[in-house]
Design a binder for this molecule. Structure first.
Ligand SMILES: Cc1cc2nc3c(=O)[nH]c(=O)nc-3n(C[C@H](O)[C@H](O)[C@H](O)COP(=O)(O)OP(=O)(O)OC[C@H]3O[C@@H](n4cnc5c(N)ncnc54)[C@H](O)[C@@H]3O)c2cc1C
Length: 391
């Protein structure tokens, strides 16, 4: 029986595991490894910070996958030796390493946050991990208006539109609390001169309109150097500074260390894959998906990409193992539903031409203005858990 090892139980890993268990039934041994006991639905961290959801609403125990015949190993991946087809996993935290062999390896380890890379980051809040979302919620409890600065420390980061969604939610919160007249909100971004710049003129305009409508100022190509907690200033590399009462900064992201130190990494440390097959060029029994390959593909980090890439990888493995298996093609679209309190918006972008090197921008459409989008977003979260975890 072929052994399939899936590293990471985030958006990409659970999709591959779940699809393969369905496609191959008992004809393969599927093991998924994660250092976290839970799968977390990261888009809902924003609702955790806003108090709409509790941690257990936005996560599920990974052991639930065992009902589908998937083995779950709770451990930390320390080494990936693709030449010898071996993965070293630390289980139980005692330092002992378990070596696992595989026939197929699927790498979905995502990116890691490195707040310590930005001096003064301890003075800022964010919602990019669950614990941080909870800490932010506590800070918001005492928020009585003032200068709010939302910003991105460095590229790349999970979910390019999410800082905008967060800023818009904060505007809504300030109105709901009656402190809107004393709340100024601004956003800084290190790499874009206009909001959503890499998504093309249509999206730039749509997001600029949103920011204008809700009085949010945008500082483009603004590169943070450090946060001065004593003087409550966020200081840029060129000496410019933004004064704050509440600082929200998305910390630097780096590739998972196990990948960066393996033969799978490109020069940035993220995983190198073929844009067409999502296999590593040197080791074609190794697939990558999600945030760990996003910089190499040249697209943003998004769960929706991880999801569609997962469908496609599972199809390829099932096709190879069972002779023929017609299932999913590679869907190169991104869909993002935003809840911004007042209303919502749904963005759809097709990245096919970008990934083929034929276009600079994806083709995008946007539907906006209806509160119903919050309901759609909530329904998607429910569907995600029900389909993948049965509850
Ligand atoms: C606030 C916020 C809002 C977002 N909103 C959206 C949205 O609306 N739409 C959208 O498409 N995307 C959104 N995203 C982005 C989306 O969540 C990520 O792009 C997606 O989770 C990436 O999936 P992944 O499987 O590649 O990585 P992840 O989901 O990050 O999973 C990686 C997994 O690997 C595990 N892991 C890492 N290192 C190790 C190791 N050494 N050993 C063992 N396990 C390890 C981690 O514990 C984790 O479970 C949002 C993200 C955030 C933070």
């Amino acid at each position: 029986m072929k052994r399939i090892l899936i590293l990471g139980g985030g958006a990409g890993g659970v999709v591959v595991a779940s699809r393969l268990s369905k496609m191959l039934k008992d004809n393969a041994g599927i093991t998924l490894i994660d250092k976290n006991r839970y799968h977390e639905f990261r888009p809902s961290y924003l609702w955790v910070a806003m108090g709409t959801k509790k941690p257990d609403d936005v996560r599920r125990e990974l052991t639930l996958l065992e009902r589908k015949g998937i083995n779950f190993l709770n451990g930390s991946v320390k080494s990936i030796d693709v030449a010898d087809r071996k993965v070293g996993v630390e289980v139980g935290g005692g330092g002992g390493i378990k070596m696992l062999d595989y026939d197929y390896l699927v790498v979905a380890l995502g990116a890691e946050l490195r707040p310590e890379m930005l001096k003064g980051m301890e003075h800022a809040y964010h919602t990019w991990e669950l614990d941080d979302a909870l800490r932010f919620k506590d800070a918001l409890a005492g928020f009585k208006g003032g200068r709010v600065v939302v910003g991105v420390a460095s590229m790349p980061y999970r979910c390019p539109p999410a800082p905008f969604e967060l800023a818009l939610m904060l505007r809504y919160l300030s109105e709901q609390r009656g402190v809107d007249d004393r709340t100024e909100i601004s956003i800084f971004h290190p790499a874009w001169s206009a909001p959503m710049e890499p998504f093309g003129p249509f999206m730039q305009k749509a997001f600029s309109n949103f920011l204008e409508q809700y009085r949010i100022r945008f500082h483009g190509n603004w590169k943070v150097d450090h946060i001065d907690g004593e003087r409550k200033r966020i200081v840029a590399e060129d000496g410019d500074a933004l004064e704050y009462d509440l600082a929200v900064v998305i910390p630097p992201h780096v590739p998972s260390r196990a990948v960066a130190e393996s033969d799978l990494a490109d020069k940035t440390g993220y995983m190198s894959v073929s844009r067409k097959s999502l296999r590593n060029a040197r080791y074609d029994d190794v697939f990558g998906l999600g945030d760990i390959i996003a910089p190499t593909l040249g697209i943003g980090m998004a769960g929706v990409f991880a999801h569609f890439e997962g469908d496609y990888i599972a199809t390829q493995i099932a096709d190879e193992l069972s002779g023929a298996y017609m299932a999913m093609n590679y869907n190169r679209s991104g869909i993002c539903v935003m809840d911004i309190g007042y209303a919502g918006a749904a963005v759809f972008c097709d990245f096919s031409k970008v990934l083929a090197g034929e276009a600079r921008y994806p083709e995008c459409w946007m539907l906006g203005g209806m509160k119903a989008f919050r309901g759609i977003k909530m329904a998607f979260e429910r569907m995600w858990f029900a389909e993948l975890f049965g509850k």
